[in-house]
Structure formats: C-alpha cells, structure tokens
Design a binder for this molecule. Sequence first.
Ligand code: UGA
Length: 424
Amino acid sequence: MRICIVGAGYVGLTTAAALADFGHEVLCVDMEESKINCLRQGKVPIYEPGLDELITKNVKNNKLFFSSLVEESIKEYPVILIAVGTPSKDDGSSNLMFVHRVIDVIASTTNVYKIIITKSTVPPGTNEWIHKRLIEKGIDEDLFDVVSNPEFLREGFALRDLYHPNKIVFGTKTSRPIKNLKKLYYRGKAPYIFTSLTGAELIKYASNAFLATKISFANEMARICDAYEVDYDDIAKGIGTDPRIGRYFLNSGLGFGGSCLPKDLSSLKHSAVKKNVETKLLDAVREVNDTQIDLYLNKLTTELPDLTGKRITIWGVTFKPDTDDLRSSPAVMMIKKLLEKGCQVHAYDPMVQLELSGVYSHTNQYESVKNSDALIISTEWQQFLETDWAEVKSRMKGTIVLDARNCLDGKLVRKFGFLYLRIG
Ligand code: UGA
C-alpha cells in the first residue's frame, strides 16, 4: 500500500518506520521543515531503541520517504494516516487544532477514493465529526472512508509493540475499508477488534485510564503497606500471580507521567463531564498520583527535616527508563519542588542532560553524588540497579538513599551503610 503519514512525532515516526519495514511505501510528512531536513540527513530527533537503524534500512530500500510538502503529499497518496499531536488545553480537553488542519487539507485535495486513518488519540466523537466535516466540505461519501485506529505502543518498546501487538483496533462506519486495513500491519497472533469509530476511540482512553488506575491502586496499597511495615513488593507479587489481576503496572513509586496517561485521563474526564457522567474513580486516580511526590518528599524530611541548602542528587530525570522524554516527568516535578525548598540539586540521567535553572547536570553517575546529603532514585534505569554502592558511599557526605521507584535491593544498599528509604 502507499501510505502518507502526517506528523513525524513519536507515533508518526515509529509507525512510519515499521509500516515501511512491513513492505508498504511510506511517505512521512511534517510541516516542520527543520525536522524533515534532519530526518533526510539520517538524524532521528527522538531516542527509541532500534528506530535509527530501522529508518536507515527502509530509506535505503526506497520504502520510506520524508517530506515537508504536506498538501501535495496528502493529495497524492490513497491512504492517509493522521499522527499529529493532540495536546491538552488548560481545561483538560484535547486540542484538536492539528487534526482539524489535516482534515481541511484532505477536504480541499480529495478527488479519488482515500482511506483516512486517525491514529492520533482523539476524544469520543472526533472521527464521526471528521466524516461529517468532509461531507459538509462537499466530498462525496463514495470518495472516502474514515477509520479510527488508535495506537497502544509504549515509549522505549515501540518497535517491539509494533511487531508484536496484543490487539489491532479498527473503528469503521462501514465494512468497505476492512479488506485493505487487514493488509496494513504485521498481526502475529493479535486479534483484530472491529468496532464503531467512537468505540475505537474509547478503547484507547479506557486502556490508558485502566493502566493509570492500576498504578494509583499500587501506590495507595504501598501507602498502607508502609503504615504496617510490610514490603509492598510481596503484595504486588502475591496479587500479580492471579491472571485476573496480572503483575504488570503494579509498580509503586513517584506515579505516572509522560505525554499520554495524564493527558488522556484529563481528556476522558472532560468527555464524560460533557455528557453529565460523573468520574469519581478517574478523579481518585488523579488525586493519588498528584500527591505521590509530596509523599516522597515527606519521607525525605523525616530524616532530613530542613532541606534548605542541602545538596541532593537525583538519578533519572525522564518520565520512565529507556526514553529521552521529559514530558510530565515526575522526576522533573520533584526537582522543581526541591529547588523551591532551597536545595542544591544535582542530576544525572543516562540519556538526558537536564537544562533547568538551578540544577547541576552531570555526565557521570558517580561524580553526581559528590558531597551529597541524600540521593534520590526517580527513574528506574537499569544502570542504577547495577550501582557500585561502595563507590557511592565513598563520595557522598550523607547516607540517605530515597528509592522513589522502589526498584533497588534495599538489603544490599543497607549493607553499605546507607539509610535506605522507600514507601512500602
Ligand atoms: C502509555 C501506554 O502504556 C501505551 O500503551 C500507550 O500507547 C501510550 O501511553 C500512548 O497513549 O501513546 P507510555 O506513555 O510510553 O505508554 O508509558 P508507560 O509505560 O505506560 O508509563 C507511563 C508512566 O507510568 C511512567 O511514568 C511510568 O514510570 C509509570 N508506571 C508504569 C508506574 O509508575 N508503575 C508501573 O507499574 C508502570
């Protein structure tokens, strides 16, 4: 198939590389000319394991192309896959400005049949709106099919998720595009889930909201475990073996961040309230998450009551390991709170040099702890799990290690003379 992907952001780029690798001819377009120029020179603007190589391979094989000529490209290709951003507005709803722009270009250029696939995460009702909008703009219903095809890939595992999906969801209005849609992805053993346009949109929101719910549940349980001096990991293991519950997404810590879970939770709430549906559970999920950072800071101040002027080192600034993404990173929020309290903050991350006023960013993990009063682990990078604790001990001034991702072996850390703190 000949596919034009609109948007060379995280989802657009990874999907473009994988679809090209599955054998399609893929043109990835973005109005940001500098980004396209970089991609044409072989420079990939995001870090995702394996993505550089996959892009290089498929560009070389003449399967993957890049362009900043959005209108011309949309006009020429029979399949348009929309992967533009849908950021949050101040009221929590999704800003659909970029989606609307693409639809207007499609409306002004379509004169032969096209399949229009929305991969961007959009609120319930958006794809119905797209269908209506195209008709209003004078495009005959015979000339297009709108398809809602949400993505479920995780940053850091995007290619693995694209090659081994656990489901492929298509929302359609009619069965007409289904034959072609089945040729799109490598399916493996994944089931197809066919539903309505709005059904597919809601599967996406329900999926992220449920993951967020699991995390907040884990964090609330960890609070209870902490009060009873029980190791929360035992609880996660104990309940996780029940296949009805499952062990995934039960890790407690600083809470969920990133560009998806917090944004999608807000947008889903907004969509519910618009239809007069109360969201008590979603609100509680958000509330638990919003208080995790203060909870860990309180833990720290039980041992270090006055944080003013204290030298604190933070390991991990991204919102999770194996990414360079800082969007809604709980680690960065934690750093900002420490700065407000007058701390001298030193940071180390294996992938990112944090540029934030008042923060000393280091390129060496062990250099970063020199003379520190406390060390906080805020992202569970593999490198931190393999730390040489004797080396850390010899460099630090204080002895506090706050494990804000509950990822270290506490017994081991204590053996080196540290005061190891965690919640649960
Ligand atoms: C999430 C979903 O997992 C994907 O399925 C979805 O496609 C994507 O959003 C999206 O909507 O585009 P992602 O944002 O890459 O993927 O990150 P996750 O792996 O879901 O992690 C989100 C946050 O939850 C991170 O801050 C992570 O540290 C935290 N988390 C995750 C926990 O605190 N505990 C856990 O057990 C798991």
